[in-house]
Ligand binder design. Structure first.
Ligand code: SF4
Length: 342
């Protein structure tokens, strides 16, 4: 198939902003395909750093390549899936197989709407233990209704032929043979394709694979049936303490976090502030009975810039309620530690 003929073949590429999907996009463009890209975001992506003004890495790449990009945000329905993923979790709270199935189901819809012949990704066979082993790639394709329709340009030369290959839209000899966990081949190919040095080390990150984050996520899902995207975003901020089965607090670690925390307070939350010393903003989630309120106040006082044993005035504000004040001394670190979620 000539480059001119490929221009008439519409394809949809998944672009995370990491190196592998960047290579896949560059390669398919070099071969002459008509490429549109699709970017998935969730509250757990770490690949969406605002590295250039307000653009994510995926948007920067799409702009640089002159491509149309569509972004799909996976929000509350993703959190629902996260509670009981059919195929379980990886090393953290990462439900990779279910996550990919969910992404490909949505991708299928976009592919059909735009009339693309197939989808391509930056996946590398055997690179990730949970979702990129051959049998799992197949399972994901089958459950998402995308069997044979996903081309993986970085590994396609060492994989079973796809429908696009049997139809003659993809030439195996032009696909790559990368497999396994080493990143060296991608870095070399990235250089050859002219990918900028600073983009060669970028990889799409996911907080759900992080052990510390996983502990906070597990605690949230176990204790809050109504947890939503806003709650999930809060897990990225502050120090988290569980005061009892119904109540937790999040303590800001610096001014920036304090501002973000106070903006993310929901109507059902209580905002706690220190009146007579500089101190953190604290969000209290759940029922704040009297004993709990005092405990929260004493933890907040621990992180205030107050002398040891000083009396600290702590104010509680909640939607539709008169502010309440308590004067307390800081709780000791030994007493705080068992309450820390992470
Ligand atoms: S690492 Fe995160 S984003 Fe990637 S497949 Fe797993 S759960 Fe999904």
């Amino acid at each position: 198939m000539t480059t001119m003929e490929r221009k008439n073949i519409k394809t949809l590429g998944l672009l995370s902003g990491g190196l592998d999907s960047h290579i896949a996009v560059k390669l398919m463009l070099k071969l002459g395909y008509d490429v549109t890209v699709l970017n998935f975001m969730s509250p757990f992506c770490t690949c969406t750093k605002k590295s250039d003004g307000c653009k994510s890495a995926a948007h920067m790449i799409a702009n640089e390549c002159g491509l149309k990009i569509k972004t799909i945000f996976m929000g509350n329905e993703y959190l629902e899936m996260l509670r009981t993923p059919k195929y379980g979790y990886g090393s953290g709270m990462n439900p990779c197989i279910d996550c990919r199935i969910m992404m490909f189901r949505q991708t299928k819809k976009v592919m059909e709407e735009m009339g693309a012949k197939f989808v391509f990704t930056g996946e590398v066979v055997s690179q990730r233990p949970m979702s990129q082993m051959r049998d799992r790639l197949k399972k994901i394709e089958k459950e998402s209704g995308m069997e044979g329709l996903i081309v993986r340009p970085l590994s396609a030369a060492v994989m079973e032929p796809t429908i696009p290959e049997t139809m003659g839209w993809i030439d195996r000899d032009e696909m790559l043979k990368i497999s396994g966990r080493s990143r060296k081949p991608q870095i070399e190919i990235g250089r050859e394709l002219g990918i900028k040095k600073e983009m060669l080390c970028s990889s799409g990150g996911c907080l759900l694979t992080d052990g510390h984050f996983a502990v906070k996520m597990k605690d949230m899902l176990e204790h809050t049936e109504t947890a939503d995207v806003k709650d999930a975003r809060l897990l990225r901020l502050g120090r988290h303490f569980r005061l009892n089965e119904e109540c937790k607090i999040i303590v800001g670690r610096n001014d920036k976090e304090n501002i973000r925390l106070s903006r993310m307070t929901k109507d059902a939350d209580t905002l706690i502030r220190i009146n007579n010393y500089p101190g953190p903003d604290v969000i209290l989630k759940g029922k704040a009975a009297n004993g709990v309120r005092e405990l929260a106040a004493r933890i907040a006082a621990r992180y205030a810039s107050a002398p040891k044993d000083a009396e600290v005035e702590v104010e509680f504000t909640a939607h539709g309620m008169e502010p309440k004040k308590l004067t307390v001394t800081a709780l000791s670190d030994d007493a705080i530690e068992p309450l820390r979620i992470i």
